[in-house]
Design a protein around this ligand. Structure first.
Ligand SMILES: [Zn+2]
Length: 981
């Protein structure tokens, strides 16, 4: 039956009543068929029989028996599996791989396929007993599903009976199409990786023909650590240890406490544990080649993640994926291209794979190695020709292919692989369909988000993959957020001949019934909107995400720029109309499920976003730290008073706190220092509490505000330190190895805490530099005080500390001054047809009639008050880093009349302020040396004395000295003389 007649058939079926003649399975609620499985059915046949029985019962309310032998009399025999009858047995013997057949003849319907010879007893209620999805041929299962879909009008759209579409009828009579085929992508198909591990979840995986037969990729370079790094802390793995061979592992990370997925369990305190193996060491290559060959021979290595198994008649590729944490080996051989080739690390990885593949082929030419083109190796590079026994999984993110730059890059790389390598080796894909949910919930943590739905685009892309001969697709998609995309991808991986438009139209018609047209319009409008770069925030347009897994597209402001009020109102209209038109209870239930899973949270998210957006307009606090001295990591020596001002802590909503608490900061070239003081007479009498209920809690983050350190100190000095990083899109939470100096004291007046945190412990997650901002927030967690549970430095307008990351304040770290010449274009060079020296500016000259105050000719700068008594200044636009107490020295030749001055504008601003020193030029050229101290001229007591930056200026007519002045200046040199420290 062609798909068209099938649709016609279905529409007749759904109009009510069975019109087609054919085999009767159930008549007027009575079984006139039996499911025959034989005496020794495979696991796949048993399971398939249960599925067939269950679906017929859903349709007819009648349970057709499952029997070993056909009972007499029975009208229709449903022969399921090769053991069901002689014909099936004989025909199935000629099938290989995942092949299956659906046929009918007279009173017999044949549903069988090539099944692995596994005969464990299946209990339909227990998913543990179902045939495994990995490394088991399940042809009979597929035959039954095809029969249910194509002959019985069943569709499996989402988990459970509510997610299954069928037409209820007391009579079921079928025309059986004749089918003999195997799923198109024969290596693997998986669109339900992130789905619930429940019985319904497993049933749906089977119904969507999820399978793994060969060439799966994964992070799998771990087993060698147990044998050649150090004994694991886990006793049974410790027994694997042979000898310490540090040269087998990535060089250059000693003492760096590098990330490693095994760390938490096996080597928690080992600062030398490297993230990766050495890609070039010959013994490492031989080791993994042996591991691959052992797996081929049916013996998976203890400690290896992969359970890869050789499947009869199929190729074998053992997965060799490095850990997902970067930190590639820096030995001379691995890093030989570092600094000369930006792809050095990915190329080192490919050479490693080639090395393993060569060694494996020496041992057994049928053993292949699977690798990927992923993140740092997402490129096609024909200068590293791959060995012939290597398969490649290209890791790409169609979720972001609305962006022309991402599409061009990722699709381009994918096509290069297909065109150059598709004929030589299996090419598979790993696709990300995870955003925006993943970013909203895991990376930016704003939780509720505007969804992006794009089933037609998924259909287009997956058809291209399948038609290009891609052998396997691993689809990272969350069923809850993108149910239709997952379905479309799964169907095409099985059978790319499906008509995508028809497949999707069917979904709306069958699944949503009368609400279908409105739901279809909702999807259509949303896909058109989301697949148009013009509708995205400037940030997204200008920052195409890099790598394989393209996150950093949906920070909340960008997500709700896409989900703007106008488009949301339009989409709401379709939802309202769907709710109104849904008539059958199951239709109403399905529309409601869509609202519950996808739409309501988007609407609530918009409201929450608008609130956050208003609150964000409140400026975050900034502290600028002055350099005073080196304190050597001793917080007791830090001069907090001279380093910057004190900040009172407020409630999380920015209101004055009931309990007085304040913060001061300081820094030197090695440490960041904190002084926390809380006035609370109850402090000394409070019982000791859990650290997360009574602490000073600090969040340090980077400019992107997605990765952070969370650090807590309790009043008794206990600390907890957590590091949260995003590596290749995966959020990793682990211990932050930081060695703070903590001086904590509680007395009758309250709690005083002084801290010193080494700057080097922030690296590499947060690159810090003196003078540059450290993004941080401070919470006084008072879990014992239910009236005021948290105080903070920068108000976050939420009670969840982690949600406050976008509201961190800025602390400009102190920077020590050094004597130096300041480059301020002091030779007054003018390039092009500029009127003023490059980088200099005079605001007064912008006014009509004042254009000639400031001029330059042949390296001589002229400032002329043009006969007025007003003060006029010209300034250099860039900032010079300084500290209070430094001096700026101006040396130059000048001539002119009356008063002129050299000066400095101070920053940060406010409170700003300036300082200047005058000189008196005469009619003759003369040498001048003017020293301007970096200190405010009229400082009120208690005013912030911190100065971090200055701008240089020159002028005439100091205020209070009205006398028309003019000055010409040349041969200037400006230098910084550090203050005495
Ligand atoms: Zn190396």
């Amino acid at each position: 039956m062609s798909l068209k007649t099938c649709i016609l058939f279905l529409s007749v079926l759904f109009a009510g009543g069975i019109l087609c003649a054919g085999n009767e399975l159930v008549k007027d609620g009575k079984a006139c068929s039996a499911i025959i499985v034989g005496e020794k059915p495979t696991r796949s046949a048993q399971f398939a029989a249960f599925e067939l029985q269950h679906l017929i019962k859903l349709i007819t309310d009648c349970e057709v028996p499952i029997v070993a032998k056909a009972p007499e009399p029975v009208k229709t025999r449903l022969n399921v599996g090769a053991d069901s009858c002689e014909y099936a047995k004989k025909t199935a013997a000629g099938l290989t791989g995942e092949e299956y057949a659906v046929e009918s003849k007279g009173n017999d319907i044949y549903l069988f396929g090539n099944d692995s010879p596994e005969f464990g007893k299946v209990d339909y209620n227990s998913p543990k007993t179902f045939p495994p999805l990995n490394y088991e041929f399940r042809g009979t299962e597929f035959a039954v599903y095809d029969f249910l879909e194509k002959a019985c009008g069943v569709r499996f759209y989402s988990p459970g009976d509510d997610g299954t579409v069928y037409q209820k009828s007391p009579t079921l009579s079928v025309n059986t199409p004749s089918i003999r085929r195997a799923p198109k992508m024969d290596a693997f198909r998986n669109a339900l990786y992130h789905s619930p591990e429940t019985r319904d979840g497993f049933l749906l995986r089977h119904r969507w023909r999820t399978a793994l037969i060969y060439s799966e990729m994964g992070h799998n370079a771990f087993s060698i650590y147990y044998r050649y790094w150090k004994p694991s802390k886990i006793p049974h793995l410790a027994k694997l240890f042979i000898a310490h061979h540090p040269e087998y592992f990535a060089q250059g990370y000693e003492g760096k406490n590098a990330a490693n997925s095994l760390r938490t369990w096996s080597w928690p305190d080992d600062k030398d544990l490297p993230s990766q193996v050495c890609f070039s060491h010959p013994e490492v290559r031989k080791y993994f080649a042996r591991e691959a060959v052992d797996a081929y021979n049916g013996k998976n290595a203890v400690g290896a993640i992969s359970r890869a198994k050789r499947m009869p008649g199929k190729p074998f590729y053992y997965p060799m994926g490095e850990d997902d944490v970067g930190n590639i080996c820096l030995c001379a051989e691995c890093a030989k291209e570092k600094g000369t080739n930006p792809r050095w690390d990915g190329r080192a990885q490919l050479r490693w794979i080639n090395g393993i593949a060569r060694e494996a082929a020496k041992l057994n030419p049928d053993v292949g190695i699977a690798t990927w083109s992923y993140e740092h190796s997402l490129f096609y590079d024909k200068t590293i020709p791959l060995e012939k026994n290597v398969s490649v999984q290209v890791c790409i993110a169609p979720q972001s292919w609305f962006h022309p730059d991402v599409y061009k890059k990722q699709h381009g790389i994918y096509k290069e692989w297909i065109e150059n390598e598709g004929g030589k080796r299996p090419i598979t894909v790993w696709t990300y369909l995870l955003t925006p949910a993943w970013e909203a919930q895991r990376i930016y943590k704003y939780q509720k988000f505007f969804p992006v739905l794009y089933p037609w685009k998924v259909g287009e892309y997956f058809k291209e993959f399948a038609n290009d001969g891609v052998k396997g697709a691993f689809v990272e998609v969350q069923l809850k957020h993108n149910p239709l995309e997952a379905y479309v991808a799964a169907r095409i991986c099985d059978d790319p001949s499906v008509d995508v438009n028809q497949l999707i139209d069917e979904y709306f018609t069958f699944y949503y019934g009368k609400a279908g047209p409105a739901m279809r319009q909702f999807y259509k409008r949303l896909e058109e909107h989301a697949w148009n770069i013009g509708n995205y925030h400037e940030y997204v347009k200008k920052n195409p995400p890099r790598g394989s897994f393209t996150y950093y597209v949906h920070p909340d402001f960008a997500n709700y720029h896409l989900g703007n009020p106008k488009v949301m109102a339009e989409l709401q209209g379709y939802i309202d109309s769907a709710l109104k038109s849904a008539s059958a209870p199951v239709e109403k239930k399905r529309v409601q499920k869509f609202i519950d899973d996808i739409w309501r949270q988007a609407v609530e998210g918009r409201v929450e976003f608008e609130k956050r957006d208003r609150e964000r307009k409140n400026p975050v606090p900034e502290a600028t730290l002055a350099y005073t001295a080196e304190y050597g990591g001793d917080p007791m020596k830090a001069d907090f008073q001279a380093s910057g001002k004190a900040f009172p802590m407020t409630t999380v909503d920015g209101k004055a706190a009931k309990t007085q608490a304040s913060l001061r900061f300081a820094s030197d070239s090695t440490h960041f220092y904190v002084l926390f003081q809380e006035k609370d007479p109850g402090a000394s009498s409070r019982p000791k509490a859990d650290i997360w209920g009574d602490n000073l809690e600090i969040f340090f983050t980077n400019e992107k505000k997605s990765e952070y350190f969370q650090f807590a100190v309790a009043p008794d000095g206990r600390t907890e330190a957590i590091q949260v990083s995003v590596v290749n899109g995966v959020v990793r939470e682990e211990k932050w190895n930081v060695a703070p100096v903590v001086k904590s004291g509680v007395d009758a007046n309250g709690w005083t805490l002084k801290l010193a945190i080494p700057l080097k412990s922030f690296s590499p997650l947060i690159p810090l530099e003196p003078g540059k901002p450290l993004y941080a927030n401070f919470f006084r967690t008072r879990g014992f005080d239910w009236t005021e549970k948290s105080l903070c430095w920068s108000p976050i307008f939420s009670i969840v500390h982690r949600e406050g990351l976008p509201r961190v304040g800025k602390i400009f770290l102190a920077r020590k001054s050094h004597a130096k010449t300041i480059d301020c274009n002091s030779s007054f060079k003018v390039t092009g047809d500029g009127k003023y020296p490059d980088g200099w500016k005079c605001d007064h000259a912008a006014k009509p009639g004042f254009e000639n105050i400031f001029g330059v000719k042949d390296g001589v700068l002229t400032i002329d008050s043009l006969g007025r008594s007003d003060m006029f200044r010209v300034e250099r636009r860039d900032y010079v880093k300084v500290n209070a107490g430094d001096k700026i020295v101006f040396e130059f030749k000048a001539k002119g009349k009356n008063t002129a001055f050299c000066g400095l504008y101070f920053y940060p601003w406010p409170p700003g302020g300036w300082n200047r020193v005058e000189f008196s030029p005469t009619g003759e050229w003369k040498d001048f040396k003017v020293v301007v101290p970096v200190e405010r001229t009229a400082q009120k007591k208690g005013e912030n004395s911190v100065i971090n930056e200055v701008r240089i200026l020159l002028g005439v007519n100091l205020s209070g000295r009205p006398s028309p002045s003019a000055v010409e200046i040349k041969n200037m040199k400006v230098s910084l003389q550090p203050g005495e420290k």
